[in-house]
Design a protein around this ligand. Structure first.
Ligand SMILES: [Zn+2]
Length: 283
């Protein structure tokens, strides 16, 4: 049986409420301003966001909670539920700088002329973020990986650098570069997603093999995850010769080569392109 509380009413005589009704009423009123409590996500930029609340004090309280390691976890859950009404998210998490951030999950876009980033911007991203190599000269295609509106990684695919592997049926992931200044939660799985995107595109274009290199010191977990095969050690060392001095642009540590066998569907792709072309002409 539920307990009953009595509230004095203006009409006199008192009005009865059940405990459940009082609780429901209390949770809807703001502890600070006494008005109906209101909390919602007001604005999102990148992985960061701003809350809208019924009053300034409530906002302060939320900010304190979000910066507290214990209350922060509860706040994360609450904000995730708020966001569920509007957008898809992978998670809401406490970042390494203790604020709460939104992880939207990853979106992969193939680079195209006229997209928001120029080829030069992609190169700059690689030069700023790659652990040991500068951007190569040319690409066959590139993929941009986003978390929400933030560019978090770039995958650069081109012809094999080693001349004897450049057989016309093989491409190489020349660079897969992640912005490691970002929270790891935001870049989670970016590498394996990037390798997969590159393989799908190579396959679509009719190539039968995709290769890439890692340093011997790297474990290649994302490649294993994307089901690549470890071919074994593959050179490295300096290009510098005493008679032909040159500055090493690339890292000179020993390397490991990885490969991914693809299902060549070039004939199919070419036939489709051909028939599209004919249709355009006759139209
Ligand atoms: Zn309030």
């Amino acid at each position: 049986m539920s307990s009953t509380a009595v509230f004095p009413s203006t009409a006199g005589g008192g009005v009865s409420f059940t405990r459940e009704e009082i609780n429901a009423c209390i949770t809807q009123l703001c502890y600070f301003c006494g008005e109906e409590e209101f909390v919602d996500v007001h604005e999102i930029w990148g992985s960061d966001f701003q809350l809208d609340t019924c009053c300034y004090a409530s906002h302060e309280n939320w900010v304190d909670a979000m910066n507290c390691p214990v209350d922060g976890r509860v706040a994360c859950e609450y904000i995730a539920r708020l966001l569920d009404q509007y957008i898809n998210t992978r998670q809401v998490f406490i970042s390494s700088d203790e604020g709460i951030r939104i992880d939207f999950g990853l979106t992969v876009k193939k680079w195209e002329r006229g997209c928001e980033l120029g080829q030069k911007d992609v190169k700059n991203f690689i030069n700023a973020n790659h652990r040991h190599n500068a951007a190569p000269a040319g690409w066959k295609y590139a993929h941009l990986i986003y978390n929400g509106s933030d560019l978090i990684a770039v995958v650069w695919t081109g012809r094999p650098v080693s001349r004897h592997l450049d057989d016309g049926t093989t491409l190489e992931v020349n660079r897969l570069c992640i912005d490691h200044s970002l929270d790891r939660a935001l870049t989670w799985k970016a590498a394996s997603v990037g390798y997969k995107a590159s393989a799908t595109e190579a396959e679509r274009m009719g190539y039968s093999r995709l290769i890439t290199y890692t340093l011997e010191s790297e474990r290649g977990l994302s490649l294993r995850y994307a089901r690549w095969k470890r071919d074994g050690a593959a050179g490295g060392g300096s290009w510098h010769r005493t008679l032909r001095p040159r500055v090493d642009k690339a890292d000179t540590g020993r390397k490991v080569r990885w490969s991914k066998q693809l299902m060549a569907i070039r004939c199919l792709a070419r036939d489709t392109q051909h028939s599209d072309h004919i249709q355009e002409q006759s139209a």
